[in-house]
Design a protein around this ligand. Structure first.
Ligand SMILES: Cc1cc2nc3c(=O)[nH]c(=O)nc-3n(C[C@H](O)[C@H](O)[C@H](O)COP(=O)(O)OP(=O)(O)OC[C@H]3O[C@@H](n4cnc5c(N)ncnc54)[C@H](O)[C@@H]3O)c2cc1C
Length: 374
């Protein structure tokens, strides 16, 4: 049986950051990826936004790791010459919603996002002439990143410190025996001191395959699809524009990619909970990522509340990503759930459940927290 120090299940941006963190600390690491390449899951289907850390409840893991992760990420992007841009962001409101901005501003400030500025609608229009709003928050530290370049750099760092990525290698099962984890992959067994479950959408299914894992520690998962619409033609905005958040997401906002292409979304489309047969197959095979024309109607009306000049027929279906959520429709948003031995009682095992946004921004801070857990 092969033996390593750390086995990481899942080669998304979080699994790769964790693998890098352990490898750079001198540990022998293997990363298992079920797909034929790293970074094809949720990490390839998001907005690519480096969030400032404004919205999350103060003291939550999301707030702490987003703010810390954002600082770490910008340093990393600069030192590794990874494409990114501090686009800045405006959160805009009009009418009755204006009072919610005060609350958002106060939360952001309490979270350590100290560069926010409350600005008038007139000042906002001076920055972005297409906007209609009464008031806005200006966030100078929000940005965008090329997520694939980031993942390649994380993997490169991990590999140059001896880590190995095994693709087409789905984790099948594990048991704790003789003071170590024995995991089964493609009929072979690998022993490790540490087992990290960073399987994203499939994290609960992976935890169910760990023999002896207490079932009360496997959370109920909910899945919310986020559909994007592309803006045909040039974007009139150079900053990211967000309305006030809606339940389950951040509202139909405008983000930009590094080529200047604008997109709107993601919206929130709750999906039926997969059954156990579907979960066993792997959820990327079960979920439908197609974006239908019929969803674009909602986008047009939402966007016109702050950009009335959106031309008719300017939107076309874009891509979609799916959020692994720990709270369902109508429930208050849940925090990230990082479970180590202190929580579930099994040595050397770490599970990551519900790592939706801001997981990309937070990846380097999450990796440090995972290493500190075991
Ligand atoms: C619509 C949307 C927009 C978002 N926008 C942002 C944003 O702008 N900024 C931000 O900070 N965050 C954002 N996020 C969140 C961010 O994308 C995620 O937090 C992050 O990508 C999660 O990374 P991950 O490594 O946990 O998961 P993934 O990227 O999904 O990686 C998990 C990997 O595990 C693999 N796997 C699954 N089962 C197995 C198995 N049995 N064996 C081996 N491998 C397995 C999968 O194939 C996959 O490659 C967004 C998320 C969504 C859905």
């Amino acid at each position: 049986m092969d033996r390593v120090d750390v086995l990481v299940v899942g080669a998304g941006v979080i699994g790769l950051a964790i693998a890098r963190e352990f490898a750079m600390a001198g540990k022998e690491v293997v990363i298992l990826e079920a797909q034929s390449s790293h970074g094809t899951g949720t990490s390839a289907r998001n907005s690519g936004v480096i969030h400032a850390g404004i919205y999350y409840p103060t003291g939550s893991l999301k707030a702490q790791w987003c703010v810390r992760g954002r600082h770490l990420l910008y340093e990393y992007l600069v030192s590794h010459h990874i494409s990114h841009r501090r686009t800045e962001k405006l959160i805009v409101a009009g009418g009755a919603e204006s009072s919610r901005l005060e609350q958002i501003y106060a939360t952001g400030h309490a979270n350590g996002v100290t560069d926010l500025r409350m600005i008038s609608g007139q000042e906002a229009r001076g920055l972005e002439p297409g906007l209609v709003c009464d008031i806005a928050i200006h966030s100078p530290s929000t940005g965008i990143v090329d997520v694939h370049e980031l993942m390649n750099a994380l993997l490169g760092d991990a590999e140059s410190h001896g880590a190995m990525l095994a693709v087409d290698s789905g984790f099948e099962a594990a048991m704790y025996a003789n003071g170590r984890w024995e995991s089964q992959i493609l009929g072979q067994r690998v022993a490790s001191d540490v087992l990290v479950n960073a399987a994203g959408l499939d994290a609960a299914a992976v935890a169910k395959r760990i023999s002896g894992f207490p079932s009360e520690h496997i959370p109920r998962m909910f899945f919310a699809k986020g559909n994007y619409a592309r803006l045909n033609g040039r974007s009139p905005f150079s900053r990211l524009i967000y309305p006030v958040p809606v339940p389950g997401g951040l509202g139909t906002h405008l983000t930009l990619d590094l080529g200047g292409q604008a997109q709107f979304g993601p919206d929130v489309e709750w999906l039926p909970t997969p059954d156990s047969e579907q979960s066993n197959r792997g959820l990327h095979r079960v979920f439908d990522y197609a974006v239908t024309e019929s969803r674009l109607k909602h986008f047009e009306s939402d966007v016109r509340t702050w950009w009335p000049g959106l031309p008719d027929g300017a939107l076309s279906p874009g891509y979609a990503g799916i959020r692994p959520k720990l709270a369902g429709p109508g429930e208050p948003a849940a925090d990230f759930l990082l479970q180590g031995p202190q929580e579930h009682g099994l040595p050397g095992l770490v599970n990551l459940f519900g790592f939706e946004s801001p997981g990309l921004t937070s990846c380097l801070a999450i990796a440090q927290a995972v290493r500190a857990t075991v």
